[in-house]
Design a protein around this ligand. Structure first.
Ligand SMILES: Nc1ncnc2c1ncn2[C@@H]1O[C@H](COP(=O)(O)OP(=O)(O)OP(=O)(O)O)[C@@H](O)[C@H]1O
Ligand SMILES: [Mg+2]
Length: 231
């Protein structure tokens, strides 16, 4: 069964359409990149896929129940917001902890493991608002991983992240995709360091979605021609 089937989806917020009759499939184990200019509807599309926005026309069939999501607008928590890094990640586990119950050691272990995968375990007891933007972004990625999801959707996850941690993130995602078969969709404006890991790249343009050629099925020169890469 596929992770997602999108059939004849159209959507607009108020007047006019942002996405016009688009169809595509996400297969289990896919690592998909989505590119496109600002305002073309990339974030809108994944919000529709996650059920955060209601479709108006078309069908979205979703097989995955456990999806980790890294939204585009980071945490942007400032100053003395009264929660530690550990607590912010723990929030995503409340479904398995149960309402009004205390986290157990296994939950703390899951939180620490998720923080370790993004190199943030030493910050676990710090207040979230005292971290830098890039550090908060890494905590956001840990939040998306803490539930051991079957699928990850990341909306421009590297904004604010330095080169070294960008490399680490790509390596982690590549590993999760290859070794655990995690299905990944990543919206990005910068493909050059990550396209080699992806098996499909879509561009959203003029209200349509188009599958671009990838390294797996096209010679290198064609790719450079077709990609719209903004650095
Ligand atoms: N909640 C909203 N209400 C009305 N219009 C919206 C809303 N959210 C987004 N839009 C509009 O829909 C269009 C698509 O927005 P969206 O956020 O999906 O673009 P995007 O491709 O993710 O852009 P970016 O690369 O800047 O993140 C834009 O013109 C935007 O102004
Ligand atoms: Mg966006």
């Amino acid at each position: 069964m596929n992770s997602f089937e999108i059939k004849n989806l159209s959507f607009g917020y108020e007047d006019g359409l942002i996405l016009d009759d688009i169809s595509f499939t996400v297969e289990k184990g896919d690592y998909i990149g989505i590119i496109g200019a600002n305002g073309t509807g990339k974030s809108t599309l994944i919000k529709l896929m996650l059920g955060l926005l209601q479709t108006k026309k078309g069908i979205i069939t979703r097989a995955e129940t456990n999806i980790g999501y890294v939204p585009q607008v980071g945490l942007s928590v400032k100053g003395d917001f009264p929660a530690t890094v550990k607590e912010v990640v723990m929030l995503d586990l409340f479904g398995s902890i149960g309402l009004l119950r205390r986290p157990k050691k296994t939950h703390y272990d899951m939180v620490e493991k998720a923080l370790a995968t993004v190199g943030m375990e030493e910050y676990k007891n710090k207040l979230i608002g005292k971290l830098s933007g890039g550090q908060q972004q890494r905590v956001l990625i840990a939040k998306s991983l803490v539930n051991n999801p079957d699928m990850l959707i990341l909306d421009e996850p590297i904004s604010g992240i330095d080169t070294e941690n960008e490399k680490n993130l790509y390596q982690l995602l590549h590993q999760l995709n290859k070794e655990k078969g995690l299905t990944i969709i990543m919206i990005t404006h910068s493909l050059q360091n990550v396209k080699k890991d992806m098996n499909k790249i879509y561009e959203i343009k003029d209200k349509k979605i188009k599958l671009l050629s990838t390294e797996q099925n096209q010679p290198e020169e064609r790719i450079e021609d077709e990609y719209v890469v903004s650095v």
